[in-house]
Write a protein that binds this ligand. Structure first.
Ligand code: 9MR
Length: 355
């Protein structure tokens, strides 16, 4: 338990009774009376247990009831709505409709918001990718984008993923229009622009995948971030996405070791996009392995001083990004297609209750 006084205060909150009951059968039926994952995560010392939510599923009321049930999820990330192609579809024309569809109900439900993401190489609008801008033009486009989005959401976000996925697995910087046109300094420019326009209370994160072990990529990122800390480039945290596959997932020690690279620099950390995919067809044995990976990953965050919370990259198998990106893989989430909690859910819940 990280913050004893915080957890005492939180156990006094009437969150448990706010937890709805879901249709549920089998051996775990009794467990519905237990608190949700966010309640347990807070008791174990985390700030939140959260989920990403995508717009495509907002017409499903059973899904939405769970997504905005703050005893399960104390934090929400829009999976897509805050990305550049949706927020600035034409140059200097801004649109926050998709983001608001997720952010506004989260505010109403008293769920924290992690916002995602100002700068990525993916999901960029055509006007940005189809033309060759000069370096000064692209820097000004970047500043203008961050300025508008940061001001719009100003104090709404607990954290922003300022830069997403800038590294290759070998630790070099990824080829992208940002790197090609601006050079490596685009990363620190994005952080400086974010700090200039967003609330001073909002934590600014670098976010990436494949950094959940001490490896070439996480070490290269540590080097970059260490230099930023030394030079007062405004960065507050590092998000480890944690997109895992059963059979080759990082262990508890791997994830602790990776988180610790950034704890040592005095930064905050979080698991920002946790999911654990399975090679199909699924089986009880695979679900048990998946459950162990989920529990070990969350425990690594609970035990690591700097790690403030865990976000799953959606909680419902049918809306996961996995099957379309990795054909033959799926069932990566905590709730199955019938909206029933899976063994992985109970493994996290049991682990948190034991903390
Ligand atoms: O979940 C997102 C999916 O709906 C999009 O189609 C996809 C586009 O690349 O992005 C997914 O979210 C990604 C996140 O923004 C960054 N890390 C990897 C996530 C999974 O691809």
């Amino acid at each position: 338990m990280k913050f004893a006084s915080l957890s005492v205060a939180l156990t006094a909150l009437p969150l448990i009774s706010a937890s709805p009951t879901y249709p549920q059968g089998g051996q775990h039926a009794q467990r519905n009376k237990y608190p949700g994952l966010d309640v347990l995560a807070k008791r174990a010392g985390l700030l939140y247990f959260g989920t990403a939510i995508d717009n495509v599923v907002l017409n499903n009321t059973a899904y939405v009831a769970i997504a905005h049930n703050r005893s399960e999820f104390g934090q929400v990330t829009p999976s897509n709505g805050q990305k550049w192609m949706y927020t600035e579809p034409q140059r200097n024309v801004f649109n926050y409709t998709m983001a608001d569809e997720i952010v506004k109900p989260a505010i109403k439900a008293l769920q924290m918001r992690r916002c995602h993401t100002f700068l990525w190489h993916n999901q960029l609008p055509d006007w940005l990718t189809a033309k060759n801008y000069t370096k000064p033009e692209l820097i000004s486009i970047l500043e203008n984008h961050i300025k508008h989005e940061a001001r719009y959401f100003y104090d709404t976000c607990y954290a922003w993923d300022v830069v997403n996925e800038a590294f290759n697995d070998d630790g070099t910087l990824r080829e992208s229009l940002w790197l090609t046109t601006i050079g490596p300094s685009y990363i620190e420019l994005a952080f400086k622009f974010a700090r200039k326009y967003v609330s001073p209370r909002t934590r600014l994160y670098y976010n990436d995948y494949g950094i959940e072990r001490v490896n070439n990529k996480s070490l290269a990122l540590q080097k970059l971030v260490k230099d930023y800390v030394k030079r007062d480039v405004p960065i507050d945290g590092v998000g480890l996405q944690a997109h895992f596959t059963i059979g080759r997932a990082p262990s508890y020690n791997d994830t602790r070791g990776a988180l610790n690279l950034f704890t040592k620099l005095g930064l905050e950390t979080a698991l920002t996009e946790l999911d654990v995919r399975v090679d199909l067809p699924d089986s009880e044995a695979k679900q048990a392995t998946q459950a162990a990976v989920y529990a070990a990953s969350v425990k690594a965050c609970v035990d690591e001083k700097s790690c403030v919370g865990v976000t799953v990259w959606d909680f419902w198998d049918p809306v996961s990004w996995v099957p379309s990106t990795f054909p033959g893989y799926g069932n990566a989430c905590l709730w199955d297609e019938k909206l029933q909690r899976k063994p992985a859910y109970y493994a996290i819940s049991d682990m948190l209750r034991d903390e």
